[in-house]
Ligand binder design. Structure first.
Ligand code: FES
Ligand SMILES: [Fe+2]
Length: 430
């Protein structure tokens, strides 16, 4: 898109409806954003052994993430070189080869074409070496988090994580031994543009209202000072804050709103007492307290542009399907070096919140999409907090911090969105 077109759609204080409903803008996003920059693909714990694979998407491109015999990770495009059928239909598994279900072309898990049924009749010009599965030119991991890009010239991954990296380290290091293992996923879909989930990811203003039923139930049944009580009234008085971290990454810190330990703020969950007693029985008081503190959510919302939303102990992966449909897959992270009881608690606590909060948010995204379809009312307001931000440079990024109900994170990711939509990234497959 031309810079002047973008300038007419996204201002700091308002954003035009068309960025959520225009199919042409969506198509361009699938190349410039879900293609031209680093995008989260999968976690290494999903493919721990040689020949393990898992499937995912890069924008609308189905991918197979594989680990080959030597342990190297590949991001293959799940598209047969013959006549385009996807070659792998499973969510995950262990396979040395993938055979296309249409005519049997067979590929090794590094993408090479290794089997061609009835090989007679191909012209001399047919070159097997060029008929493999295509792959992403760049695939790199940061502490188990695998990112990929279709842009061979995409910059350094750690540099791009920038000011988000120390928060990602905090999230990982809460698990004993600094190791995470993702388990199975909880799948949600919504009739809305993918950016509605980004508007919400750093939105400390909505919790008091959109999650009101949950907050009221929390207060009525369990009294104050539980997880989420920090949003029941005047959240800006708690010290919680939001940040625009640069590169589209955004952050909300709920930790200043928690008094005492995270464990003490947990609501009753099935099996809580038994698990806690078991942990206390097997460890001294200090170690048991540390293990129990690893069970609740991280109390941060860290969102790594454009598709990885970290909430509680969950990785939420956002996948655009069309301009007005998106998937949100939630993966709970276990701590493999912690006792089983800690992981049981991590799973049960994740079922409490954010799991029970997500239906509230998704209902709201669908309401917003309905409102955005109205052509005659064109603008959304994003002005709260302009002029009230503290700016500093951290880890090579310019970071803007503001009170938790301010719309600083939304303005931050939209500023990056605008920059990327004016860019012309090199796109290639290998
Ligand atoms: S489409 Fe895959 S073998 Fe024909
Ligand atoms: Fe929410």
């Amino acid at each position: 898109m031309e810079q002047r077109e973008l300038d007419a759609l996204v201002y700091p204080e308002r954003v035009h409806r068309s960025i959520y409903v225009d199919p042409g803008i969506f198509t361009e996003e699938m190349t410039k954003i879900f293609g031209g920059i680093w995008v989260y693909l999968a976690h290494e714990s999903q493919i721990p052994e040689p020949h393990d694979f898992t499937t995912t998407e890069l924008g609308r491109r189905p991918l197979i993430i594989t680990r080959d015999a030597d342990g190297a990770i590949h991001a293959l495009i799940n598209r047969c070189a013959h006549r385009a059928s996807t070659v792998c239909q499973a969510d995950c598994g262990n396979a040395k080869r993938f055979t296309c279900g249409y005519h049997g072309w067979t590929y090794a898990n590094d993408g090479a074409l290794v089997g061609l049924p009835y090989p007679n009749g191909y012209p001399e010009s047919f070159d097997r070496g060029t008929r493999g599965l295509r792959g992403l030119p760049r695939v790199e991991s940061y502490r188990g988090f695998i990112f990929g890009s279709l842009n061979p010239d995409v910059g350094d991954l750690v540099e791009w994580l920038g000011a988000a990296r120390p928060y990602l380290d905090y999230f990982i290091d809460r698990a004993p031994g600094g190791r995470l293992e993702v388990r199975n996923k909880h799948r949600l879909t919504f009739a809305g543009n993918w950016k509605l989930a980004w508007d919400n990811a750093g939105d400390g203003l909505h919790a008091t209202y959109a999650h009101k039923s949950f907050a009221l139930l929390n207060e009525d049944r369990y009294g104050g000072n539980r997880s989420l009580s920090q949003f029941k009234s005047t959240p800006d008085d708690t010290g919680m804050f939001g940040e625009d971290l640069g590169n589209g990454h955004i952050f909300v810190d709920q930790r200043p709103g928690i008094s005492g330990t995270f464990w003490d703020t947990q609501r009753p969950i099935p099996g809580k007492e038994t698990a806690a007693e078991g942990i206390r029985g097997e460890h001294d008081a200090e170690a048991a307290a540390a293990l129990l503190e690893a069970a609740p959510g991280s109390m941060i919302n860290l969102s790594i542009f454009p598709n990885l939303l970290i909430k509680g102990n969950q990785l939420e992966i956002l996948t655009p399907r069309s301009v007005d449909r998106s998937d949100l897959h939630l993966w709970v992270c276990a701590a493999p070096e912690a006792p089983d009881a800690v992981n049981t608690l991590r799973m049960r606590i994740a079922e409490d919140f954010p799991t029970f909060g997500n239906p509230d948010d998704i209902e709201i995204y669908e309401r917003c999409q309905r409102g955005l379809q109205i052509e005659e009312v064109e603008w959304c307001d994003t002005s709260k907090g302009i002029g009230f931000e503290e700016v500093e440079v951290r880890d090579g990024s310019e970071v803007r911090r503001a009170a938790v109900t301010y719309e600083t994170p939304i303005r931050g990711y939209l500023r990056e969105w605008k920059r990327l939509m004016a860019s012309d990234p090199k796109i290639a497959t290998v």
